[in-house]
Design a protein around this ligand. Sequence first.
Ligand code: GLU
Length: 379
Amino acid sequence: MVKDKKKTKTVYNRIVIKLGTSLLTNDTSHLNHDMMAKLVAQIARLHRQGCEIIIVSSGAIASGKDKLGLPKKVNGIPYKQVCSSVGQSRLMNTYEQLFDPYNITIAQGLLTKTNLKDRSGYLNTRNTLLALMELGVISIINENDMVAVDEIKEAKFGDNDNLSAMVANMVDADLLLILTEVDGLFTADPHTNADAKLIPEVEHIDSGIERLAKGTTSKLGMGGMITKIEAARLATDSGVAVIIANGRIPDILPEVISGEKLGTLFKPVTSKLDSRDRWMLSGLSTKGKIIIDDGAAEALKKQKRSLLAAGIKKVDGKFQRGDIINIQNETGATLGAGITNYSAQDINIIKGMQSQKIATMLGCDYGAEVIHRNNLVIL
Ligand code: GLU
């Protein structure tokens, strides 16, 4: 048992830590034991202080490629699946060995989008993760690459950045910490522009921030900065703070957790939401969207009203009564999500109309509200 007497004051308690391939391999073609040992030592230290931690770890494909002696650039199906299947157990074995001296038990979780799409799958996964956390077990999660192939887009997260945001959303984390091999989000690509400056804090992810993210990619992982920003958006929309920071900085984890200003902090855009609202915002089960006018947006946001047909301008997608849909304004910004009382077909007929005309127009009436306040989450 390794004793660790250092103490850190912690600002965040429940933390999802995403470890990317480039970091875990230290930009080589195999898992880097020293790098992983350093990260595990820091995680163990926070765990001893009572932090609840879940790891989302990449590195399976890289480790499998290495074991099979395949070149770094082999891509496509079935190679990625083959490599991942070989590498996943090696990855877990490495973690097992590294956590063991700290007397920390780990658990493996392999997830696909399909697992979480229906509410019961989402809740079962959530309950398991929470129960493991309560027992002091650190779950180590990866995408189940063997079953979630690129061809089945709706089944695959595609990158562990998005998966980590989904996990943070699911367990209602205080912080999603994305550790990578760059210092955070810069004003330009730091690899090619010497004047690029680190952005310490992002209040709101807008199109300007998305533009900055484009063009900064890493060598081994699937996600570049773009997927990290997508992940940050999903997590901050669910009330989770996100920090993107450089995992190579010594003691980065305790520093960040104690509130040191390192990396880029993305502030949560809402306060904590309840589980059902977070699920609706996760986008896992979203079937379409409706675009509403500014008056309706104001009524939803400020007066906390239900959404009526009168404020709806456009419908997008094929959805049925009872499905989850996104709500956007006319400039394309997402305002929230909710469970619709009317199908896309029906909303196309009643959009822009007063509610009392619904029965005459449709020959049936499910109420004045297209989305009732109780089934609505507004950002
Ligand atoms: N699931 C992949 C792996 O373990 C990584 C995906 C990613 O890098 O985002 O190798």
